[in-house]
Write a protein that binds this ligand. Structure first.
Ligand code: ZN
Length: 288
């Protein structure tokens, strides 16, 4: 049976702008539920400065709660300080982020793209020294909310910078959810040539309803790693109009129907989603 790896990003991408706070214990329960359903890789939090994302300010305390679980815990880390916190907390790896388009990079990260890549070079060195897996993620790898279609050359420039850092995986994100299957094929083909041996992961937001067709296109072109969130939670606070993430349950079912193994039991995911949505319905504010 062909296999794909689905990294669930609910605790990070889903909850960072879900609007309401999910208490630490419930975040741990969410991750336990995902693992129990067969998810092996989870993007669990973001080690940005707590003032930027108060809803995820508890990452340092979350990771120790997962010690007895078996899984790969990935955390987003925007700089050296974030990597230090991630390493101290005990994650397996970090996701570094830069946008392919200059204006989204400035809106999202407050730096020029060149400045960001320099910051990430130091972050990657720190992560390597700590023995962490390093993922290089490219936001706006298709369209930018401010600049429109992003030239492939801009995507490749970030990817090449990541490859020079020796990253273990490249992730490309359709930040505003406007990718279509031919754009996916075009970009994946170009990246396959450049990435030689470094696996590619696809992070889609599903605005136009083409999410699964985009997944098929990427699969056809050799992509075997995908990112998704329960209940399509998530968006991007710095990308106006960004749609939610691709839904994990739909993605698992989609592969299962085609005899492609994800190792995930979709029925178990439904209960995990229901519990999470009940917590969100309590509309708790982030703690001070
Ligand atoms: Zn996302």
């Amino acid at each position: 049976m062909e296999q794909v790896v689905i990294m669930d990003v609910t605790p990070r991408d889903g909850l960072q702008d879900a609007g309401w706070y999910v208490p630490l214990e419930e975040k741990a329960a969410l991750i336990r539920g995902l693992v129990d359903a067969g998810v092996r890789s989870v993007e669990i939090t973001s080690f940005v400065h707590p003032k930027w994302i108060p809803l995820l300010a508890d990452g340092d305390r979350l990771v120790p709660l997962l010690r007895r679980l078996k899984g790969t815990w990935i955390a987003l880390a925007p700089n050296e300080r974030g990597v230090e916190r991630a390493a101290a907390a005990g994650v397996s790896g970090v996701t570094l982020v830069a946008s392919a388009s200059e204006s989204h990079n400035r809106a999202n990260l407050n730096h020029s793209r060149t400045e960001t890549l320099d910051i990430l070079r130091r972050a990657a060195e720190r992560a390597r020294a700590a023995g962490l897996k390093v993922r290089g993620a490219v936001s706006t790898a298709f369209d930018c909310p401010f600049e429109g279609t992003v030239p492939i050359a801009s995507v490749m420039a970030v990817v090449e910078a990541y490859l020079a850092l020796g990253v273990d995986e490249i992730g490309i994100a359709d930040t505003i959810g406007t990718a279509n299957p031919s754009a996916v094929k075009e970009r994946v083909r170009a990246l396959n040539d450049a990435c030689e041996g470094v696996p590619l992961s696809l992070h889609l937001h599903d605005r136009c309803g083409w999410g699964l067709e985009n997944i098929s296109a990427a699969y056809e072109y050799g992509v075997r790693r995908f990112e998704a969130a329960l209940g399509s939670l998530g968006g991007c606070p710095y990308a106006p109009g960004a749609a939610g993430n691709l839904d994990t349950e739909r993605l698992v079912s989609f592969f299962a129907e085609q005899g492609i193994d994800t190792g995930i039991e979709v029925d178990k995911l439904a209960a995990v989603r229901e519990r999470l949505f009940t917590v969100l319905s309590h509309r708790l504010p982030a703690p001070e």
